[in-house]
Design a protein around this ligand. Sequence first.
Ligand code: SF4
Length: 744
Amino acid sequence: MNGDNGIQVYPTTTWSAGAGCHGACGQKLYVKDGKLIKVEGDENASWNQGRACPRVLAMTQYVYHPDRLTQPLKRVGNRGEGKFEPISWDEAFDTCEAKLKDIREKHGAESVVFAQGTGRDVGGPISFLCYNYGSPNWVQLGLSGQSCYTPRLGAMKATIGDFCVLDASQFSEKRYEDPEWEVPKVIIVWGQNPPPTCPDGFFGHWIVDCMQRGSKIISVDPRHTWMSSRAEYHLQIRPGTDGALALGMLNVIINEKLYDKEFVEKWCYGFDELAERVQQYPVDKVSKITWIPEELIIEAARLYATAKPAAIQWGVPICMNPEGTTVAQAITQLWSITGNIDVPGGNVIARPSHGVTTYPYSTEELVGLYGQELVDKLNKVRIGCNDYPMVKGFRGWAQPDMVIDQINNGKPYPIKGAWIQTANILGGQAARARLHYEALKKLDFVVVVDLFHNPTSMALADIVLPAATFAEKESFRSWWVPLGVMQKTVQVGDCKSDWEINIEMANRLNPNCKYKNPRELINDRLSVANVTFDDVVKNGSQMMPPEGDPSRPYRRHEKGLLRADGKPGFTTETGKVELYCKAYESWGVDPLPFFREPAQGPVSTPELFEKYPLIMITGARSHLFFHSEHRGIPWLREKNPEPYVEVHPETAKEFGVYDGEWIHLENDMGKVKRKVRISLRVHPKMVHTLHSWWKPELKGSEPDLFGVWDYQINQIVPGPQDSDSGFGGGQYKTTLCRLAKIND
Ligand code: SF4
């Protein structure tokens, strides 16, 4: 679209590096003389309706930042010395090809791990490269227990057969005006504060939109947040006890017969077993476990169960509970037995828009993309598959805690190389960050694909490849609606898109690689929707499923629109929502939900709690930063210049610290610097601190690594995952610590 003064305006979708988030908003990119000059929310995008967050508004500073990596680099000094030299793409690709082929020949393809950070569009390209190389070890390295969404996805897939999401009318182009949609009367916002961010295919402000239309809020959060301050009930929970709360609420709803009897009778399997199990969780017991007053649990359960429709919006703390999959299971049971599934304003079944797969979320999708034979072959050696049947049965990732152990001990086979793509493992997601640092340093060959140098690239990379933001590349997205594409509007240096880099490498490593360039792949994947990349661009870079399309929600289980055989019901073995989960049973996981205390805490480790009497919560999302990104973006950093820790006034008094003081958070694993922010937002027995801090303005070479060992909180978060299924239980919200004066 041409505007005034030679300015061209390109509508595009954002899911990628740049904004960094999990959302799919439509943004307008203003380009003049080949340069991005401004970003504005696209009012034609039904997903965000013209709105934009601070990170996307700061894109011009991100795209043209002087620290951007703009050409391939090779390491010329010792690893970690910070000495790199620019090279051509040809030399970079040739080196990667030669080294990776050499490892494959000598040790097998499984000896290279392909590590990604959280979400975004890198999952498609990295799994594509990993499988074309022949390695099964695609992994979110460092993310203990894959404790981010995967446990929730696994629980939904196993018990319901599909993924569910709160219905804020996002499946309809008419949005809130669609007559079929209903406002959720009550929303439980569980472990999340959506407005500052756009989590997992969800635009944070939808919650506010629903509140403006009458939704009442029940907030489950250990902190006082914007959301909890506006809630009917704030259940200020002890971190890591969400499973007990869910079971206590189920207890109330079942014993008071507040569930939807018709739905349960017709569409649920195993209700009697669940009813028996929840008797182990009477409210008085649950109150003692969770620190939430009994009457609040009862009243909140009643409010949720008697409002129709009602919905639950949940966050990553669910996954970080011990046995995150079982906690997620219990919460899905709340929306299932109250009949709030697959109905307007409830939790609706979400499938990729138009049936297009961009990123394989489940084993089913992996098989669809790569074939059962290859997936079976890779599963034989994928790290964690033989130890955790759920890792094998759901999702294609290797188990991250086992991967780092295997890198260390070389058993059952050695790991020799890593391809790390937009994942700041050391400065970001890795619990036991120092263990990861020591282990990864021993590898023979490490490639880092990223947009900026960071502690990981500086400490480990042999080759650095410069990646593109969403403004600089062609890509696509279908998680869940709309079907969106990113169109390339500008070029920065020699940066290439993740798809470009990985398809080039895949062709070099596999002569039978199916696609020669990103367009071929994208158009092939879009063909199930009978559209091309150009068609979607012409439509404003986003498309919604048309009226009557089977991928639109509401009562699809009744109409036979979910199951492959066309019969009514859900896509589980029994055709019902499995309250007693047959898939869990077959994987050796308890088929019914249960509660287990966190590995560290006042109950499980009272002596440690005496020494370290504060429960440390980390990982809350920020509207300024996406995990470890954006610390160098002036507009964003200005608003939050230092990593702080929120400390209750009573706690500050007890430890003798004052507001603004630099202190250490410490435990037996080490100590990390933080600036005290005295705040009533936190409970006196808890502290809350920002995660993934490092400072790009500090020296990058070792030992400094941009200050990562001063500020990276995850170096005092223990591992491995606190979960028997292999999913969930990253201890990011339940680690014990204390405050210490820096001079002490
Ligand atoms: S956080 Fe939300 S508004 Fe910002 S870029 Fe992501 S989807 Fe768009």
